[in-house]
Design a protein around this ligand. Structure first.
Ligand code: ADP
Length: 327
């Protein structure tokens, strides 16, 4: 069974081939596998970890494409299921001139929303060391209960619970419901990854230290905050610090957050395997973990698309060792 299991949406990103335009203006779209938890599983596998994905895709050609993409990347798809009641979710995306993304989901409903409690295989989670999910699978039932039950099973089996809210407000009924839903999952979470905007949205404060402390007060052991080109910040009850990012030639920042999340989990796994508690790790340990995560995030920005640009362990080592290399 895989060491790290991610649960949530695997979907099709249809990315505008022309940058700097809105979706209304986009002339053509390129198909790519996507969905944050699926991206994280592939990123972990590229980095040499054993990763599995739990989720539903449609019984359609796009679902087949996602099955093949994940399994070709070495992700365990034993618990990736196919749903006949809805199509695979689609997300149309365009990168605009201001760096923002214009996107719209075709998920009315999407197959990923149908993962239910009865789809969760307890045996699959029994050896899991880290269980990771986002908040899109928490928006509606039966997906929400399935996510909560799966993480409860993993936690009871001793897994570390990792949560990347990855907030997509357009998928929630309204912002207040989103805030409540996203916050509720912090209870029982060991490690959380947020952007500065998400931290402010969740905690109601723009002060990063204060926001992280509020999250730690909810019982979370480690908060990581992504800071784009500036790198990342972390805080536990014992230690905190900022780790600078790597200078790279940026082409497309899509998926940097997912890559970073995978880097944190890959960096933490050896400690988890040694049964070291997250709050017992010191500044040096966290520097190494976040440096790895920053490198994975930075490398993804150097090429277009998410999955094609995810780095291997060797590429990450080359960047962190300062070796010059060509991608
Ligand atoms: P999110 O999707 O969470 O907002 P970010 O865009 O901040 O994620 O990116 C995640 C991580 O990827 C950052 O913390 C950083 O380590 C790396 N990264 C992102 N953008 C850049 C960049 N322009 N240059 C170098 N590293 C980057």
């Amino acid at each position: 069974m895989p060491d790290i299991v991610t649960l949530g949406e695997a979907l099709i990103d249809l990315v505008s081939t022309k940058s700097g335009v809105s979706l209304e203006e986009a002339p053509k779209f390129l198909r790519a596998a996507g969905g944050a938890p699926a991206n994280v599983a592939v990123a972990l596998s590229r980095l040499g970890n054993s990763a599995g994905f739990i989720g539903k895709v449609g019984a359609d050609p796009f679902g087949e494409f996602l099955f093949h993409t994940l399994s070709d990347e070495g992700v365990d798809t034993t618990c990736m299921l196919s749903e006949t009641g809805a199509h695979t979710t689609l997300a149309f995306v365009s990168l605009m001139n201001n760096g923002e993304r214009d996107f719209i989901f075709y998920r009315d409903p999407g197959a990923d929303m149908f993962l239910s409690e009865s789809d969760i295989d307890t045996d699959y989670l029994i050896d899991c060391r880290i269980f990771h999910h986002g908040s899109i699978s928490l928006i509606s039932e039966p997906n929400r209960t399935a996510t909560i039950i799966a993480r409860r099973i993993a936690a009871s089996a001793g897994a570390v619970i990792s949560y990347d809210p990855n907030i997509r407000l357009s998928l929630w009924p309204d912002p207040e419901t989103a805030r409540k839903g996203v916050r509720a999952a912090l209870e029982g979470t060991d490690i959380v990854k947020v952007s500065t905007e998400e931290l402010a949205f969740i905690t109601g404060t723009d002060d990063m230290d204060k926001g992280c402390s509020l999250i730690l007060d909810m019982g979370v052991s480690l908060v990581t905050v992504t800071l784009g080109a500036a790198g990342s910040y972390y805080r536990t009850v014992a230690v905190s610090g900022q780790v600078p990012g790597f200078k790279v030639d940026v082409v497309d920042t899509t998926g940097a957050g997912d890559a970073f999340a995978a880097g944190v989990l890959a960096g933490l796994l050896p400690f988890v395997k040694q049964s070291r508690a997250i709050c017992d790790l010191d500044k040096e340990d966290y520097y190494k973990i976040l440096r790895l995560a920053n490198a994975v995030g930075a490398l993804v920005t150097t090429e277009r698309g998410v999955i094609p640009s995810l780095p291997t362990k060797g590429e990450v080592e080359a960047l962190t060792n300062g070796t010059i290399f060509e991608r």
